[in-house]
Ligand binder design. Structure first.
Ligand SMILES: Cc1cc2nc3c(=O)[nH]c(=O)nc-3n(C[C@H](O)[C@H](O)[C@H](O)COP(=O)(O)O)c2cc1C
Length: 371
């Protein structure tokens, strides 16, 4: 599996290999979304990845789909992220922050009684939205989403500004770049989806209008980071959070051409339906490779062998692993030695402490134990 272990340049950033850590929410931040020393330790353990993409990080107090997720909108959070970036850099790693606004995927209970915001207040399918909170005993559970209300144009520009500030804060925190979370049915994808976005103004209707929000977010973030330090995550065919599109190919041809014109660092294609056993990776590759000519990171249900084949065959430049990275802090070293791999424990994915977070063993520790 040599190719996936080979070096890769994203713009001016030189990555040690083509194995990325996918963004995975772990819901273990400190109070007020401030990353802790334990969070820094977790990321440091995984820093042999060519690139770590952080867990989804709220750019606004109005973004709250998962309780105890980190934020990047105040100074305490910036200081918390500094711990993380310094820990990762101290061992030669690279880390981008995934900038997140969950839009309608939220609840009064996580927003201090406020209504979640969305492109047009369409609530007929809120049962499909995935909102999670911690119970008093520390366990994590799915909760009901609350009906959202339509954003005014002024509010839309306000959220675009929150992305701008999020990028500034990522730079202040010493992070290497940012990934705009435009996948999995969160706010940017809500704007792209004609099912969710029923606006009739400049932010709804035609694909140019539905893509305006993402375009303006990108331009706002580019005021801080050069295009090559910005990635965008998309999931064109995802059913998650019901950001449906009757014609995803047309929508995402437009989106990926736009990303190509801006010359961003990478496009991250999340095959979200693969989690449910219905992979779309071939369609995603076809769509992205046809319209976007920069670095393509593939993710979703891929084994190290499949990942290697994709990079070796030129279908992808890099592959991101989610669940494998939760369970294998030294995934790169394990790939280099053809495994074995720890099995992820889904029960400890969200919330809780060190168990299932910083206590997965490394291969060298395993060998020492056996010897
Ligand atoms: C526990 C968990 C948390 C996740 N959190 C995020 C997230 O914060 N942002 C995101 O874009 N995707 C998130 N995902 C999706 C992963 O990035 C990835 O797409 C998914 O796990 C499939 O890849 P895999 O088969 O390599 O695990 C999450 C997935 C899991 C299992």
């Amino acid at each position: 599996m040599k190719t996936i272990l080979q070096q890769l340049d994203i713009g001016d950033l030189s990555l040690n290999n083509r194995v990325a850590m996918a963004p995975v929410t772990r819901s273990r931040s400190g109070d007020d979304g401030v990353p802790t020393a334990t969070n820094a330790e977790y990321y440091k353990q995984r820093a042999s990845a060519g690139l770590i993409i952080s867990e989804a990080t709220n750019i606004s107090p109005m973004s709250a789909a998962f309780e105890l997720a980190p934020g990047l909108y105040n100074d305490s959070q910036v200081n918390g992220w500094k711990l993380v970036s310094e820990a990762v850099h101290s061992v030669g790693g690279r880390i981008f922050a995934q900038l997140w606004h969950s839009g309608r995927v939220s609840s009064y209970a996580l927003l201090e009684g406020k209504e979640p915001i969305s492109p047009s207040g369409m609530n007929e399918d809120i049962h499909a939205l995935q909102v999670y909170g911690a119970m008093r005993n520390g366990y994590y559970t799915r909760m009901a989403a609350s009906p959202s209300r339509a954003m005014s144009v002024e509010e839309i520009y306000g959220v675009i500004h929150e992305f701008r500030v999020g990028a500034r804060n990522a730079l202040r925190a010493g992070l290497d770049g940012v990934e705009i979370h435009a996948a999995n049915g969160y706010l940017p994808q809500q704007f792209l989806s004609p099912h969710v976005n029923r606006r009739t103004d400049q932010f709804g209707g035609s694909i140019e209008n539905r893509a305006r929000f993402l375009r303006l977010v990108l331009e706002a973030v580019m005021e801080t980071f050069p295009a090559c330090r910005i990635g965008v995550r998309i999931s064109p065919f995802a059913l998650y959070n019901n950001a449906l599109d009757p014609d995803p190919v047309t929508t995402y041809c437009h989106v990926t051409r736009l990303l190509n014109e801006y010359g961003i660092g990478y496009v991250h294609g999340a095959d979200t339906n693969a989690w449910g056993g219905a992979p779309d990776m071939d369609r995603i590759i076809q769509l992205i490779r046809t319209n976007y000519h920069g670095i393509f990171i593939a993710n979703g249900g891929l084994s190290p062998e499949q990942a290697h084949a994709l990079v070796d065959g030129g279908q992808a430049d890099m592959v991101a692993f989610g669940r494998q990275y939760i369970a294998n802090p030294d995934l790169v070293e394990r790939i280099a030695s053809n495994g074995p791999y720890n099995i992820p424990d889904a029960f400890t994915f969200y919330g809780g402490g060190a168990r299932g977070y910083t206590d997965y063993p490394r291969l060298d520790a395993e060998y020492q134990r056996v010897a």
